[in-house]
Design a binder for this molecule. Structure first.
Ligand code: CP
Length: 304
């Protein structure tokens, strides 16, 4: 049995197979309509979510399976003090596979150690969000035709943005990938990513503060929201929240085929006027999240 805690839990070959399967699902959904008949997915979300939880549920329903779960800690027995370890042992009696989101880093890993069903990390604090990364990779693979030879700008809250951490981990395994890390000083990428992931693997990267200084070099601009829920005080959040706002004017500096991704939810960091630009693919990206989660559910259930 396999779990998914980080994109690195999958080899490059396994990841390629998963993306190929997701691509086939996108083009031939009818082939998979009963693939999980009789199977149940539990979504255990201790933190708010729209895309991740509902795309997991949509994915399982598209596969002919069923879903159960909870969407906040308050509506589960966590409110009475039940541990994640105990909860997953119980969920293992009710479902065949589980996606868990939790505000604490490592919570999904703790669950996986006590689980008798595959556990998928659907986001653990400011640490990792591997299924968002699968979504991002499928979007890039489908719309750019591959995952190598890219200059990727990651902009915004690189400190707390778990989607950024997971995406860097995944993309360094592809050839000729270069990162431009665009953030204010206070929201720079954590040291462990800079030292243990980027430098250790000789991955080229630069760190900048002004988005305009990076724009013309980028093949992909990955915008992120300032993660309000991870700040210790409101004052710091308010000071940082509108640090970057991508506007039509700024986009005049970008390549004609640069792709704008965002894991969403968006707050102010992309002006709505950008939504009609053909380079803005963040709503398409959300759709790819369903296909890749269908592929993941199928794959983990097959490996069980
Ligand atoms: N991208 C993402 O994780 O969105 P949700 O928080 O809505 O699940």
């Amino acid at each position: 049995m396999r779990h998914l805690m980080s994109p690195l839990d999958l080899t490059v070959e396994e990841l390629d197979n998963l993306l190929t399967l997701a691509n086939d699902i996108e083009h031939h959904p009818e082939k998979y309509a009963d693939a999980c008949k009789g199977k149940k997915l539990a979504t255990c979300f201790y933190e708010p979510s729209t895309r991740t939880r509902l795309s997991f549920e949509s994915a399982m329903l598209n596969l002919g399976g069923s879903v159960l779960g909870f969407s906040s800690a308050d509506s589960s027995s966590a409110a009475k003090g039940e541990s994640v370890s105990d909860t997953i042992r119980v969920i293992s009696c009710y479902a065949d596979i589980c996606a868990i989101r939790h505000p604490k880093e490592g919570a999904a890993l703790v669950a996986s150690l006590k689980s008798s069903i595959p556990v998928i990390n659907a986001g653990d604090g400011g640490h990792q969000h591997p299924t968002q990364t699968l979504t991002d990779l499928l979007t890039i693979y489908s719309l750019k035709g591959g995952l190598g030879n890219l200059t990727i700008g990651l902009c915004g809250d690189l400190k707390f943005g778990r989607t950024v951490h997971s995406l860097i981990h995944a993309l360094i395994r592809y050839p000729n990938v270069r990162f431009v890390l665009i953030s204010p000083e206070e929201l720079k990428i954590p040291d462990y990513i800079r030292e243990d992931v980027l430098k250790k693997n000789d991955v080229p990267f630069t760190e900048l503060e002004r988005l305009e200084d990076a724009m013309s070099d980028l093949d992909i601009l990955y915008m992120t929201r300032v993660q309000k829920e991870r700040f210790f005080n409101e004052e710091d959040y308010v000071r940082m929240k509108d640090y970057y706002i991508l506007t039509k004017d700024k986009l005049t500096l970008a390549k004609e085929d640069m792709m704008i991704l965002h894991p969403l939810p968006r707050v102010n960091e992309i002006s709505v006027e950008v939504d009609d630009d053909p380079r803005a693919v963040y709503f398409q990206q959300a759709r790819y999240g369903v296909y890749v989660r269908m592929a993941l559910i199928l794959t983990l259930l097959k490996w069980r």
